[in-house]
Design a protein around this ligand. Structure first.
Ligand code: CP
Ligand code: NVA
Length: 332
C-alpha cells in the first residue's frame, strides 16, 4: 500500500482497502505509542495547520501526531492569516507548498479544501468542512473495531442532522466498509439525494445497506452503534436553534434509545457535545428553551454505553496514520 503524495479530502476518494489500511496503521502507531516506541521517522519535515473554524481535538491531534512523527508545526488560527481576506486560496496553496510538506485545512465549503489541494504540490488534509469530516471517520472506525471487534456488518444509527458533515461522512464510510447505516431523523434532515445515490453504488460493492427513517424505535432497534452530533454546527446562524430544537428533540439519544439498541451497543459522538449546562452555549440555549440537555442526555453521555473519550483519543492515532502514510513513512 502506497499513499505517498495523496490528498485526504473525503473518504469518497479512498478504496475500502485503503481505508482499512489507514485504520490498521493507526492501531499499530497507537500500540507503539503505548509501549513508548518512538515513531519520529519524519524528522526534518514541517506541516501547517489552517483553522478557519475553532477546534480542540483536531488541532491537538494534528499537533501531537506531528511532534510524535518528529515534524515541526505551524498553527494558523481563524484570524491569524491572510487566507481568503487578502490572499486567495490558490495563492495561499502555492505559497505554503513551497515551505511545508503537508497542509491541514478546517473551514467552510468542501470546494475550498479542494481548491487548496488543486493548487498545492504537497498533501492537503481535510480537518472538517461543512460537507465532510474524514479524519473523524478513521477515529470512529478504529473505535468501533476496538470496542466491537469488527467493522463490516455493524449497524450504525446516526440520529440528528444527517445532511451535514457527520451524517454525510458516516454514510460514505459505512457504505464503503460494508456496514448497515441508518439515518434516523425527520425527512428534511436526510443526506443529499445525489450523495445517497453515490453511496448506494459503494454499497452494491461492499454489501452495505442504507436506511432512512423518521421512526426512532425502528431506526435504533438492534443497532450496534448509536451516533449523534450537535444540532447546530459551526458556522450556522444562531436563529436555526429554534427549528432544530423543535425538529430534533424527538431524536435525542436517551436511555430508552440505548435499551432499544443491540445488547452490546455503544454510544459515539464526535464531540464537543451539549449534554449539560457546563458550557456557555449549552447554558444559554438550555435556559432560553428550558432544556437540561440537547442531542444526548447526560445519563447516556456518562454511562457505560459511552465510548466518546476512547473515540477522541483515537483522533490523534488516526491523524498520525494519515500524515505518515501520505508523507511516505511506513509504506509497505
Ligand atoms: N470532533 C472534532 O472535530 O472536534 P474539534 O472540533 O474539537 O476538533
Ligand atoms: N457538525 C459539527 C462537527 C464538529 C466536530 C460541526 O461542524 O460543528
Amino acid at each position: 500500500m502506497n499513499l505517498k503524495g495523496r490528498d485526504f479530502l473525503t473518504l469518497k476518494d479512498y478504496t475500502p482497502e485503503e481505508i482499512l489500511y489507514l485504520i490498521d496503521l493507526a492501531a499499530e502507531l497507537k500500540d507503539k505509542k503505548k509501549k513508548g516506541i518512538p515513531t519520529d521517522v519524519l524528522r526534518g519535515k514541517n506541516v501547517v495547520l489552517i483553522f478557519e473554524k475553532t477546534s480542540t481535538r483536531t488541532r491537538c491531534s494534528f499537533e501531537v501526531a506531528a511532534y510524535d512523527l518528529g515534524m515541526g508545526v505551524t498553527y494558523l488560527d481563524p484570524a491569524g492569516s491572510q487566507i481568503g481576506k487578502k490572499e486567495s486560496i490558490a495563492d495561499t496553496a502555492r505559497v505554503l507548498s513551497r515551505m511545508y510538506d503537508g497542509i491541514e485545512y478546517r473551514g467552510y465549503g468542501q470546494t475550498i479544501v479542494e481548491e487548496l489541494a488543486n493548487f498545492s504540490d504537497v498533501p492537503v488534509w481535510n480537518g472538517l468542512t461543512n460537507e465532510y469530516h474524514p479524519t473523524q471517520m478513521l477515529a470512529d472506525m478504529l473505535t468501533i473495531k476496538e470496542q466491537l471487534g469488527r467493522i463490516k456488518g455493524v449497524k450504525l444509527t446516526y440520529m440528528g442532522d444527517a445532511r451535514y458533515n457527520m451524517g454525510n461522512s458516516l454514510m460514505v464510510t459505512c457504505a464503503k466498509l460494508g456496514m448497515h447505516f441508518v439515518a434516523c431523523a425527520p425527512k428534511r434532515y436526510f443526506p443529499d439525494e445525489e450523495l445517497i445515490r453515490q453511496c448506494e453504488e459503494y454499497a452494491k460493492e461492499s454489501g452495505a445497506t442504507l436506511t432512512f427513517t423518521e421512526d426512532v424505535e425502528e431506526g435504533t432497534k438492534g443497532a450496534d452503534v448509536i451516533y449523534t452530533d450537535v444540532w447546530v454546527s459551526m458556522g450556522e446562524p444562531d436563529n436555526v436553534w429554534v427549528e432544530r430544537i423543535k425538529d430534533l428533540t424527538p431524536y435525542r439519544v436517551t436511555m430508552d434509545v440505548m435499551k432499544n439498541a443491540g445488547e452490546d451497543a455503544i454510544f459515539l459522538h464526535c464531540l464537543p457535545s451539549y449534554h449539560d449546562h457546563k458550557t456557555t452555549i449549552g447554558r444559554e440555549i438550555g435556559v432560553k428553551f428550558g432544556l437540561k440537555e440537547m442531542e444526548v442526555t447526560d445519563e447516556v453521555f456518562e454511562s457505560s454505553y459511552s465510548r466518546v473519550f476512547d473515540e477522541a483519543e483515537n483522533r490523534m492515532h488516526t491523524i498520525k496514520a494519515v500524515m505518515a502514510a501520505t508523507l511516505g513513512a511506513f509504506s509497505e
